[in-house]
Write a protein that binds this ligand. Sequence first.
Ligand SMILES: Cc1cc2nc3c(=O)[nH]c(=O)nc-3n(C[C@H](O)[C@H](O)[C@H](O)COP(=O)(O)OP(=O)(O)OC[C@H]3O[C@@H](n4cnc5c(N)ncnc54)[C@H](O)[C@@H]3O)c2cc1C
Length: 302
Amino acid sequence: MKLFNEMVKLTMPLVPKPIVRRVADRYIAGDELEDAVAVVRRMNDRGMCATVDILGEAVDDREKTLATVEGYKEVLRAIKAEGLDSNVSIKPTAFGLKMDYGFCKENVAALVEEALSIGNFVRLDMEDYTCTGDTLRLYRELRADFGEHVGTVIQSYLRRTVADARELAAEKANIRLCKGIYVEPRRVSYRDMACINANFDYALKILLDSGCYVGIATHDEKRVQAALAIIDELDTPPEQYELQMLLGVDQELRDIIVEQGHKLRIYVPFGRDWYPYSTRRLKENPDMAGYVFRAMFKRYEK
Ligand SMILES: Cc1cc2nc3c(=O)[nH]c(=O)nc-3n(C[C@H](O)[C@H](O)[C@H](O)COP(=O)(O)OP(=O)(O)OC[C@H]3O[C@@H](n4cnc5c(N)ncnc54)[C@H](O)[C@@H]3O)c2cc1C
């Protein structure tokens, strides 16, 4: 099965889109904002908060970035109108990071201003290593203007991350820590999972020890256990951290974390631009080959 899994990973671009969609449905709320609202409400009812992401990545078209800003403003208004416990996560490249830094900053600032006006929060997701410097710069500049209404992400697979964690710790930043999902050159990133894991625990300790607010984003039970040990060792108050997981991944672990009384936030993506996000998630899923195989023998419903 492991070999078949690897084969499916390599041949993913050849898998027909309706099959990818069928097996990826668990990872996305749906195409429309109302789908995301329904999923967030369900998560809230089960004791979890959420962060909503509109699917979409790098664009080179100014009109599209403006539509993204408007789309996210609508999400923030819906969260407020529906009384949901959720913030939003954005990809800076969908706001123009790769086109023009100043234009991107204006776009993200417009959104953070909206968040501030209704007491909400915007997290800047971290994309591949070519975006790291600019995303951290964007975070710092927006934080100077909007304070605690903005946060960002660091990735433990990057070799630079411990140095970034130290600087962000000194600034008492609001950080999500994750392992990292993009395929990066070895020059800048660890490949060995043991290194990535050790770096995760190390960076987490630096951030928590300095009083940063940390979103601990992982489905790796060993990382969750190590995080809870660090929290215990440092006597970290519950207001200083939350655990975070992606929609559709390891719901059993999700329920265990909630039952233990920790704050847990679920990342809820929605939108029509579902393909790149879904293929990344499927490649991480150890049971992917089985799902794809089964889906191939079912009739399409859409
Ligand atoms: C809330 C959240 C936000 C994130 N934001 C970013 C970001 O801004 N930038 C970025 O680069 N990455 C981001 N990621 C992705 C992250 O970097 C990892 O790629 C991803 O979470 C898998 O790493 P892991 O810590 O779960 O550990 P892994 O060791 O990869 O996985 C641990 C276990 O989780 C299970 N698992 C993991 N993924 C899946 C899946 N898709 N389906 C089924 N089981 C699975 C497997 O059983 C695996 O054994 C985010 C992740 C989360 C949870």
